[in-house]
Design a protein around this ligand. Sequence first.
Ligand SMILES: [Zn+2]
Ligand SMILES: [Zn+2]
Ligand SMILES: [Zn+2]
Ligand SMILES: [Zn+2]
Ligand SMILES: [Zn+2]
Ligand SMILES: [Zn+2]
Length: 301
Amino acid sequence: MPGISTELFPQGVSEHLTCSICHDVLNAGAFSCDQQHVACSECLKEWIAKEPSCPTCRVEVKEVVESPILSRMVKSLKCKCSQEGCDWTGEYSELAPHLDSVCSYYPRACSKAALGCDSLVSNAELPAHLDDDCLFNEKECPRGGRDCGGPGLGLYLSKDWSDHYHACQQHSCRIQGCTTIGSADVIALHKPGCREMDRALKEAEKGRAEAEQGRAEGQAEVEALRARVKELEGKPSSSQGQPFLPARSSSSSRESRQSRVFNVAAASQSKRGRIIPSTSPRRSRSPSGSELGSPVKKARS
Ligand SMILES: [Zn+2]
Ligand SMILES: [Zn+2]
Ligand SMILES: [Zn+2]
Ligand SMILES: [Zn+2]
Ligand SMILES: [Zn+2]
Ligand SMILES: [Zn+2]
């Protein structure tokens, strides 16, 4: 096993605690010669298996003996946590206990390991793992909790989700306004008809709304006509006779007025005694004043 990464020791490490073979911090350090040159025990064993001499001064190495004093010195070095994101610092001897139980960023056995999960997850990642990935996390059925009728009464392990899905009796038809609830199979059978019915209802509602709009428009037209009639009725009487007056010179207009007087007289005469037949003189038909003196002649001709 190689040495301990120098990156864990931001304050730096003396060369007396650095392995002469791997150049990292001594891991179970040992003296390699009487000069007290040092190396990791593992590194030194691998070294002398090929060449039985001190890697620093080349004197013969008889055996590799791990040095307790070197280990104690390394253990008292100031270090930081090995996990990215963690801001813990302390003596190197405290790092292992920190990682084992405290560090939120160190991957450990999932809390559902006893049920069968073999994932390694940090405390920081555990909630997301339990929610999304862990197959051995117990979940409550999203449709009705403990009362949905599935095995375990709505509680199941994530790995059994599919079994629960088919056993659950709390599937609901999601079509608006429908309250049908049952197994997934029941809902699958129910849905096409329900959708058809929903469509028909919407269609009918649309027709009703259109008819209602048409009625409102008709009503508005009637109102407009009534308003127009009222407007015409409300006009002064002088303008009422306008269409009957010829729009010509003032003299002919006077003549026309005279002829009307004449006609009124004739009409009242005829009503009173029926003496004068319908061929009575009608000067009003004269286009001009040229035949003024002979109304009777004109009518007889
Ligand atoms: Zn080493
Ligand atoms: Zn040496
Ligand atoms: Zn940590
Ligand atoms: Zn898990
Ligand atoms: Zn359920
Ligand atoms: Zn339905």
